[in-house]
Design a protein around this ligand. Sequence first.
Ligand code: XMP
Length: 189
Amino acid sequence: MDRRRGARLSAVDEDVERVLIDEDVIGKRLNVIAEEILEEFGGQEFVAIVILKGALVFTADLLRRMPVPLQIETLNVASYHGGTESSGQVDILDGKLPDVKGKRVLLIDDILDTGRTLHEVGKKLREQGAEMVRSCVLLSKDKERAVEVGADYTGFLIGDEFVVGYGLDYRGRYRNLPYVGVLKDECIG
Ligand code: XMP
């Protein structure tokens, strides 16, 4: 597949050591997950809560495969603070959860790593009275978690390495890559 879609994107492509999951494979997997989620939610209304910014690209592609009435809310959460290691602390940056009382919720994140984000946010949503909370991640790192948590829907299981693209960043960059990849060592400072 030709990844060079103009000068700007090819400049970020050059920083990528290898493509882990390409665009076509992601698209096919999203078709399957969207079907599974629709089946569980019975085609009825739910609230999709998107964890920013990493899950933005994944969510846009996933939810457009779901022809049901749904509400989209965002949650600004930080745990990496710009680097390649989790800080161990999950901060909800704007401090306020969407109103989920009595609602069915699909929580969407880019990647399950230590597990702290899904654990913390899921717990808060239940405390706020959500009727049902299901979680969905594009990627899950095959590693021991800091907390006991799993996602109800997972796109791909990957090794324990730092990845970028399809919403995931390194210091704010590479989110616009249409695939998931690993950066060259010299690009990680
Ligand atoms: P936890 O540790 O809470 O992690 O499960 C979830 C958040 O950590 C970030 N994260 C990554 N971001 N490449 C990234 O660009 C990675 O390999 C990676 N691993 C974890 C991400 O923000 C995720 O929502």
